[in-house]
Design a protein around this ligand. Structure first.
Ligand code: NDP
Length: 448
């Protein structure tokens, strides 16, 4: 990924200087800039409107103290973030990540990506992201509730159903969203759809839980079909064993593939007969235990410490669904050597630039995160619609809408890649299609 355009190079340099020590944010900006050259050359009006200078600067960044008390009466202090990146096409929208690795850099990279992803969904949603360096692992329900209430006690003043609508992400599932929603309602004394990913009995949408993983497979299936192949009979690796990974595994299996490996941050399991997803759901969704426990359900499977090793297993299709930069150049080369033909991203920015270069130079089909994992936020958008209409659609209705959105996202990426002279480069297609809509909206709204 090399940038030649001098205007983009100068702007990237200024962005690097202004955001020193934010490597993931700069990585995300560089990846987008590297694919926007043909647009910049064709659309001087967008350059003149200063769209690029503005799009790399969040509209607002909020950092706050989150004090909470554990079960032994000890006080802890975490740091909370909400980055409201871009509201050109709708209220800010994006998840809340709870993980010790969270800092402003991580939230900014995710918020920047979210802006383009939300644009691709065709729904009116701007880009935002939030989180905290709080680690939910090993905490009691009571400690999780204490943290979530404290987090919302500050966050509530910055969000709203027409302003900024957070959702789940790593470490934030239905339990955490429930605690946060309860606290928002209590402080504001109003019931509005201010968060998505809510429980089904209080305004959540059917199929939201499945949406990112299913959406990833819908997108991947479109990409496979457009290139004359399918999931049928393919061997698949799915990293992670959280919300995205579990439902990616479920849909890929439904499509006729065999998923042979999954992981968590400690290690990975390899089951040559195909993953028993009910066992994984029991371990991860019910018991909240480690993936290693899988061996007690399937003694013939293997467990290996460390997460990188999963990419050494021969496969046809890799679906990274854990975290950023989980596939580096070396892992990408091993995937290629072992015959992998497709990488499609459930996690956000799971491939390093070297890994992406390896996919593209070896002719792999590559489904970039901001298109391939957009099904989660798209269904969050559908949850907002249902809340506003005060009604609930059936699972089939939501799933059908999700499927149609993922088809249209693939088409938008495919069309843009062809129009701008890079057919089959869906990363370029996603960046260009996502960018143009936001850029046109920013230009129309003047110099704000
Ligand atoms: P979960 O918290 O449900 O699961 C995350 C999974 O990834 C867990 O198995 C976790 O293992 C593993 N993981 C997390 N951090 C690391 C790490 N540093 N190294 C190795 N493994 C790690 O999160 P989600 O499934 O919701 O999110 C997964 C990815 O998908 C993220 O990149 C997220 O931003 C992205 N995404 C999520 C969407 C959603 O709707 N949930 C929507 C779009 C994108 P462990 O349990 O050991 O921590």
């Amino acid at each position: 990924m090399e940038i030649k355009n001098q205007y983009l190079l100068d702007l990237l340099k200024r962005t690097e200087q202004r955001n020193a020590n934010e490597p993931e944010f700069i990585q995300a900006v560089t990846e987008v800039f590297a694919t926007l050259e043909p647009v910049i050359e064709k659309r001087q009006d967008l350059v003149d409107a200063g769209v690029l200078e503005r799009i790399v600067e969040p509209e607002r960044q909020i950092i706050f103290r989150v004090p909470w008390v554990d079960d032994n009466g000890k006080m802890h202090v975490n740091r909370g973030f909400r980055v409201q990146f871009n509201s050109a096409i709708g209220p800010y929208k994006g998840g809340i990540r709870l993980h010790p690795s969270v800092n402003l850099n991580i939230i900014k990279f995710l918020g920047f990506e979210q802006t383009f992803k939300n644009s691709l969904t065709t729904l009116p949603m701007g880009g935002g992201k939030g989180g905290s360096d709080f680690d939910p692992k090993g905490k009691s329900d009571n400690e999780i509730m204490n943290f979530c209430q404290s987090f919302m006690t500050e966050l509530y003043r910055h969000i709203g159903a027409d302003l900024d609508v957070p959702a789940g992400d790593i470490g934030t599932g239905a339990r955490e969203i429930g605690f946060m929603f309860g606290q928002y309602k209590r402080i504001k004394n109003e019931w509005v759809g201010v968060l998505t990913g809510k429980g089904l009995h209080y305004g959540g949408s059917l199929a939201r839980k499945q949406a990112t993983g299913y959406g990833l497979c819908y997108f991947t299936n479109e990409m496979l079909q457009a290139n004359g192949t399918s999931f049928e009979g393919k061997t698949v690796l799915v990293s992670g064993s959280g919300n995205v990974a579990i439902y990616a595994c479920e849909k890929a299996t439904e499509y006729g593939a065999k998923v042979v490996a999954m992981s968590d941050s400690n290690g990975y399991i390899y089951d040559k007969d195909g993953i028993d997803l009910n066992a994984v759901k029991q371990i991860k969704e019910v018991e909240r235990k480690r993936i290693k426990e899988y061996l007690s359900y399937r003694p013939n499977a293997e467990y290996h410490e460390g997460c990188k090793g999963i990419w050494t297993i021969p496969c046809d299709i890799a679906l990274p669904c854990a975290t950023q930069n989980e596939i580096d150049g070396e892992s990408a080369k091993i995937l290629v050597k072992n015959g992998c033909k497709v990488v499609s991203e459930g996690a956000n920015m799971p491939s390093t630039p070297e890994a992406i270069d390896t996919y593209l130079s070896n002719g792999l089909l590559y489904g970039p995160a901001k298109a391939a994992n957009a099904g989660g936020v798209a269904t969050s958008g559908l949850e907002m619609t249902q809340n506003s209409m005060r009604l609930s659609w059936t699972f089939e209705e939501v799933d059908e809408k999700l499927h149609a959105i993922m088809r249209s996202i693939f088409k938008a990426c495919d069309d843009a890649s062809k129009e701008y002279g890079m057919p089959g480069n869906y990363m370029a297609g996603a960046n260009i299609a996502g960018f143009i809509k936001v850029a046109e909206a920013m230009k129309s709204q003047g110099n704000v």
